[in-house]
Design a protein around this ligand. Structure first.
Ligand code: PGA
Length: 244
């Protein structure tokens, strides 16, 4: 069912359960689902819920393929700030997805060329079935910082001061946040068949209303979700949406 479906739920628990229902349904329908699984704080409860369902035998994710959404540049492999490491710990390992089913973003060599090759391989493959995303404080998806057009490819980006400030929550201090990153492009994300965007907490109130009700513009990349053929599911908790 394409189109954008918004659900406002009363609690973060409900957000996790409904998000997990959507992901579990997608995997049950197509066991070899290709998935992008964002890091960030918001989807963690959804992933924990999925992991609990796997342990109870309700979800079998052994055939999915997981694509990396974004990564900081300039980190050593084992750096605590690696977003790949975060994705592994929160999504890949709890769901028992094997390494051969995880596709990393390019991180070295000629990155511009590697990103073009990555997108070419992506386009000749079967594309993305499912993107699980969070909403940046500035409306970014992945690290598609404003402005990012709908056809922005996978690429190297400079992180905005807003994103660096928001990511300081994860690593302790803004000085601990790398300033450059690689992100899957808007083009790849918007081509997903199903998108689950989770939004939680009062700090997202203004940006979520702007994304869903304001102008559709590259200046607010998440607003571009309103113009895709995908089945877009936005799940927002009450703290993020407010009473209205
Ligand atoms: P958060 O991050 O879930 O930690 O708020 C969202 C994002 O930047 O995409």
């Amino acid at each position: 069912m394409s189109g954008l479906h918004t659900r406002v739920v009363e609690s973060a628990d409900q957000l996790n359960r409904i998000g997990a229902d959507l992901v579990a349904e997608a995997i049950a329908a197509v066991p070899a689902t290709s998935v992008v699984a964002a890091t960030g704080r918001t989807p963690m409860g959804l992933y924990a819920e999925l992991a609990a369902r796997r342990r109870s035998g309700l979800v079998d994710a052994s055939e999915i393929t997981v694509f990396q959404l974004d990564e900081y540049l300039g980190l050593e492999e084992k750096d605590r700030r690696s977003l790949f490491g975060w994705m592994r710990r929160s999504f890949v390992e709890p769901l028992h997805v094997t390494d051969d089913r995880v596709v990393r973003l390019p991180l070295d060599g000629d990155l511009d060329e590697a990103c073009v090759a990555y997108d070419r391989a992506f386009e000749t493959g079967s594309g993305l079935d499912l993107a699980i995303l969070g909403l940046g404080a500035n409306g970014h998806l992945g690290f598609n910082e404003p402005p990012s057009s709908r056809d922005a490819p996978t690429r190297v980006v400079e992180l905005s001061p807003v994103t660096i400030g928001a990511n300081a929550r994860y690593w302790g201090d803004a000085a601990d946040v790398p300033t450059e990153a690689v992100t899957m492009g808007m083009s790849q994300l918007l081509s997903a068949r199903k998108i689950v965007l989770v939004v939680s907490g009062a700090s997202k109130r203004t940006i979520v209303h702007e994304a869903l009700e304001g102008a559709i513009s590259p200046e607010l990349p998440a607003s571009l979700l309103r113009e895709t053929d995908a089945d877009v599911n936005v799940i927002i908790d009450r703290a993020a949406w407010g009473e209205g």
